[in-house]
Design a protein around this ligand. Structure first.
Ligand SMILES: NC(=O)C1=CN([C@@H]2O[C@H](COP(=O)(O)OP(=O)(O)OC[C@H]3O[C@@H](n4cnc5c(N)ncnc54)[C@H](O)[C@@H]3O)[C@@H](O)[C@H]2O)C=CC1
Ligand SMILES: O=C([O-])CC(=O)C(=O)O
Length: 357
């Protein structure tokens, strides 16, 4: 092949550069390290931490949050295996910069500067257990993690997944009150898996696409405290008494259905990761200032006489900026509400006194 004289001069210059002793030395010693790369993770976006990131929920949730274009930094914290999960997720070619943090000594670094903290840390149920049976272990885990949040990112929005949610949210609130950082709007119990299940099961009964269905689910996140409002389903529809009994029972026991099917290998992880990722995205869009974002969540509430209750909330820059009332209930739902409140009051009290005692 013939080169023009200009091209051959350029080729000679490049060739000389490539064979220069300096470049050869650099190649041999591989001086460039990741920490010296030019990327500093300073892209616009939100900083999100997942605590319990190596678990059954934490891992798929880490993957889904890494795919969210609103996220610029993703911190993955756990007491085991988080460096591996972080290395794995960090190779996805999406915008968020991923860092792993392992064990209590790294909790503060994991939390500092975060806008949103998602907590799926703690033990899951096995067949025969109630969510309340998890209280003994998970209450202490949630307390420690929330103490870290109060210290390192007191203004972060907190999405609390760890069970029993009906008690862990009151625990978190008490920890934040003690630290003087409590903002009720910023503490949200994640109950939207109940909504996803309700949408799915109702769609199955009606023979329509679940994406077209919206079922408000209020109360709490355990057994009879999970109260689907089938009289308020969108699109507007009616159910037979049989269908109402079937749907209410299936939605209230959706978690147990998964626990039994997994036969000792844990509880819902993939559907929960999907739900938590959707909920986190809604919180981030709220933080960004998007209008009209409404989700069900277990929050500080004046909708009933109880201090915490799950209902529809409007998400905004401050978190749950508006808590919506329940709206008109059927007689069946009014009866269900009384049952839900009876159990909820005990669970809330248990959480509060765990910190106050
Ligand atoms: N709110 C909801 O709708 C749902 C809640 N859950 C709850 O989520 C929790 C987690 O479930 P899975 O991920 O399936 O459990 P898992 O056992 O697979 O994972 C939990 C992770 O938490 C970590 N962990 C334990 N102590 C920790 C600490 N002090 N700090 C940080 N991480 C810690 C563990 O090392 C583990 O990686 C359970 O309590 C479960 O009941 C599960 C499904 C739905
Ligand atoms: O049932 C469980 O233990 C986990 C959970 O909260 C759910 O799947 O709704």
């Amino acid at each position: 092949m013939q080169l023009s004289s200009e091209a051959s001069q350029r080729f000679a210059r490049i060739s000389a550069h490539l064979h220069s002793p300096n470049l050869q030395k650099m190649e041999e010693s591989s001086l460039l390290r990741r920490e010296n790369c030019r990327a500093k993770g300073g892209a616009p976006g939100f900083k999100v931490a997942i605590l319990g990131a190596a678990g059954g929920i934490g891992q798929p949730l880490a993957m889904l949050v890494k795919m969210n274009p609103l996220v610029s930094v993703l911190h993955l914290y756990d007491v085991v295996n988080s460096p591996g999960v972080a290395a794995d997720v960090s190779h996805m070619d999406t915008g968020a910069v991923v860092r792993g943090f392992l064990g209590q000594p790294q909790l503060e670094s994991a939390l500092t500067g975060m806008d949103l903290v998602i907590i799926p840390a703690g033990v899951p149920r096995k067949p025969g257990m109630t969510r309340d049976d998890l209280f003994k272990i998970n209450a202490g885990i949630v307390r420690t993690l929330c103490e870290g949040i109060a210290k390192c990112c007191p203004h972060a929005i907190v999405n609390l997944i760890s069970n029993p949610v009906n008690s862990t949210v009151p625990i978190a609130a008490e920890v934040f009150k003690k630290a003087g950082t409590y903002d009720p709007k910023r503490l949200l119990g994640v109950t939207n898996l109940d909504v996803l299940r309700a949408n799915t099961f109702v769609a199955e009964v009606l023979g329509i696409d679940p994406r077209d269905v919206d079922v408000p689910v209020v109360g709490g996140h355990s057994g009879v405290t999970i109260l689907p409002l089938l009289s308020q389903v969108k699109p507007a529809c009616t159910f037979t008494a049989d269908e109402i009994n079937y749907l209410t029972d299936r939605i209230q026991n959706g978690g147990t259905e998964v626990v039994e099917a997994k036969a000792g290998a844990g509880s819902a992880t993939l559907s929960m990761a999907y739900g938590a990722a959707k909920f986190a995205d809604a919180c981030l869009r709220g933080l960004r200032g998007d209008a009209g974002i409404v989700e069900c969540s277990f929050v500080a509430s004046q909708v009933t006489e109880l201090p915490f209750f799950a209902s529809k909330v409007r998400l905004g820059r401050g978190g749950a900026e508006e808590v919506f009332p329940l709206g008109p209930l059927s007689e069946y739902e009014r009866f269900g509400l009384e049952k839900a409140k009876k159990e909820l009051v005990e669970s809330i009290h248990k959480g509060i006194s765990f910190i106050r005692k």
